[in-house]
Every structure is written in structure tokens, then in C-alpha cells.
Design a protein around this ligand. Structure first.
Ligand code: 5GP
Ligand code: MN
Length: 319
């Protein structure tokens, strides 16, 4: 039986389905979860999406208000589906126990680092996004994609490809053409995802920009934010997204590093432009991601974290 047939069988046999995604969910995580939720409901399934900390930035997506931030302990599901998460750990402290508890599991993802931790695993790492894989799965389930599903799915494809720049295949645009047929408002989606911001996010970015350092003849950009910044500005999860790109956009920079103080340690975001494989560095420190965008956590002091990442990157810089 093909993987898609196995997924179809799992879904056909289930009445209640729980969808989980990774911590610090991004556009692809939330878009695929909501897009798939709408799709599975067309098959008359009871579907919950559980995201313990949902990023307000995506509140324009249809179904956002239905996301559950808490689940009652005695809730029961026939099937658990993990979307856009490369491993169990990445489902987070609250999501992971549900995946482990529910008897039947399916994993749908596009991370090359995926550990195939479900009963059935559909991992197409060539695809632009998990959302793109969701389109294929919905087709296998004979679910026609409507405007609500398309809005969610398009949002994930748009964000995970950095505005259709990275990991784009010819079929990515064929899928997009199909989504546009449903009448989605791409100008509105674009503004919500790329332009709209808040005062506190802008002020946080300002602090990060003031601290920006250029190292190794301008080939490494480094900056950070502290827990104090988050307190003073009332920063929420997700508000740090995008800061790392400012360093990456500077002429001559190959790798941009952004450190964010979190839970007594540091969360690192790395972005490269042309040749440094940042997924390799992330994998070494129990993180993950892609060739040009990765992340991981370091439980150490600021100076130690900074020195360690810079020396890892230096060893990959060309002379
Ligand atoms: P970001 O820097 O935006 O948080 O993440 C960049 C990429 O790395 C995304 O694909 C994200 O899913 C992945 N990533 C970030 N942090 C982690 C982590 O701690 N573990 C894993 N497995 N992947 C991560
Ligand atoms: Mn993704």
C-alpha cells in the first residue's frame, strides 16, 4: 500500500482527530494545521487543532479562533496527526504527550531532518512547505480545496518559501494556480504576513538593530534580545520573528545570527545566504531546520552561546 493510501485508511478509520504542530509555530505550521482541519471536517471528522501558544499574527486565518490552547486531560482521539514537526521533541512539552498517548499516528512534513516518528510518515522534503504536502494529501482524500482551506495553505507556502524565493519547484506554482482559483485574497494575505506589524515589535527590532555587530570582515551579522526587552515591551511569542533577516540582508553577510534570551538560556536563529549549511550547526546542538534557515536552543551564558555559534560558523566560512 502506498503511504498516501495508508494515510487515507488511518483517516477513514478515525472519527476524532487531533492535529499537532511544532513549538513557536510559524505560518506553515499554523496554515497547514488549519487548512487540514477544514479539509478533514469535509469528511465529517471531529477535528481539534491544539497549539498551546498561538501566535496572534495569524489571527486573520479562517478557523484561528477555534484553535485550542488547552485540552482537557480526559479528551480522547482516535488519531493524532503531526504537521510540520521534524521530531517528537519539537511538538513541545504540551503537544508531545498527546502524540505519545493517542494510538494511531500520522506525520506529514517537509523537513529533511524528519525522524519518521509516526505509524505512517509522509515526508516529502523536496516540497516547498508542509502546506504543499497537505494539498497532495487532500487530493488523495478526494477533498476539494475551498477558499478557507486555500487561504490557510497559501499562507504557509508563502511564508515558508520567503515569498516564493526558496525551495520552490515548478509544481509549487501549479499548486498556487489551483489555490487562486478558489478566490483567495492574496493582497490581504501578503499584508497580514509580511507588512503588518505592531508598535512593540517595531521597538524590539529597534533594540536589536542598535546592538547589531558585523564580524569576520562583515560576513557574519550578530544581534540579540534579552528577557528584559521582552518584559519592558510586553513581547509575546512570535514577536521575534523576522529580526534575523535584517542582518542577512546586509551586503556581504553570509550568515546572520539572532539570539533571544528564553527560559534562562538562548534560542538561536541562523540564516545563511549562499553556502554555509546552517542545518548542520543546528543538528549538532539538537535543533533543526533547513540549509539556509535553522534554529536551536543553548542552555548556557550569553557569552558562551555567542562564542560557540560564531566559532561554528567561522569554521564553515570560505577564506
Ligand atoms: P526560526 O529561526 O525561524 O525559529 O527557525 C528556522 C527553521 O529552523 C524553521 O524551519 C524551524 O522549524 C527550525 N527550527 C528552529 N528552532 C528549532 C529547534 O529547536 N528544533 C528543530 N528541530 N527545528 C528548529
Ligand atoms: Mn515548514
Amino acid at each position: 500500500m502506498s503511504i498516501l493510501d495508508s494515510i487515507k485508511e488511518k483517516i477513514n478509520e478515525a472519527n476524532s482527530i487531533l492535529i499537532l504542530t511544532h513549538e513557536n509555530p510559524d505560518g506553515d505550521a499554523i496554515g497547514s494545521s488549519l487548512g487540514f482541519m477544514h479539509g478533514l471536517r469535509k469528511l465529517d471528522k471531529n477535528v481539534d487543532v491544539f497549539i498551546p501558544v498561538k501566535n496572534r499574527m495569524y489571527n486573520f486565518l479562517p478557523g484561528f479562533d477555534e484553535i485550542k490552547e488547552e485540552l482537557s486531560e480526559d479528551a480522547e482521539y482516535d488519531l493524532c496527526i503531526s504537521l510540520d514537526s521534524s521530531d517528537l521533541e519539537r511538538l513541545g512539552t504540551f503537544g508531545r504527550p498527546w502524540f505519545e498517548k493517542i494510538k494511531n499516528t500520522v506525520v506529514i512534513d517537509h523537513h529533511i531532518t524528519n525522524q519518521n516518528f509516526g505509524d505512517v510518515n509522509y515526508v516529502n522534503a523536496v516540497a516547498s512547505s508542509t502546506c504543499q504536502n497537505i494539498i497532495v494529501v487532500l487530493a488523495a482524500l478526494d477533498v476539494a480545496i475551498n477558499k478557507d482551506m486555500a487561504t490557510c495553505i497559501y499562507s504557509g507556502m508563502l511564508t515558508d518559501t520567503g515569498g516564493f524565493r526558496y525551495n520552490v519547484q515548478p509544481e509549487t506554482f501549479e499548486f498556487v494556480a489551483m489555490l487562486l482559483e478558489t478566490g483567495i485574497d492574496i493582497a490581504k494575505i501578503y499584508r497580514n504576513l509580511f507588512d503588518l506589524t505592531t508598535e512593540k515589535r517595531t521597538r524590539l527590532l529597534g533594540r536589536a538593530l542598535i546592538r547589531l555587530e558585523l564580524l569576520e570582515e562583515g560576513r557574519i551579522a550578530f544581534t540579540y534580545t534579552t528577557a528584559e526587552d521582552d518584559d519592558e515591551l510586553g513581547i509575546e511569542d512570535g514577536d521575534h520573528e523576522g529580526i534575523v533577516n535584517c542582518g542577512r540582508n546586509i551586503e556581504g553577510v553570509e550568515v546572520s545570527i539572532f539570539l533571544r534570551e528564553k527560559d534562562g538560556g538562548y534560542k538561536a536563529s541562523l540564516r545563511s545566504n549562499e553556502y554555509v549549511d546552517v542545518s548542520r550547526i543546528a543538528a549538532k546542538y539538537a535543533g533543526g531546520g533547513h540549509l539556509r534557515a535553522s534554529g536551536f536552543e543553548l542552555k548556557m551564558s550569553f557569552e558562551q552561546a555567542k562564542d560557540l555559534i560564531i566559532s561554528e560558523i567561522k569554521s564553515q566560512l570560505k577564506d
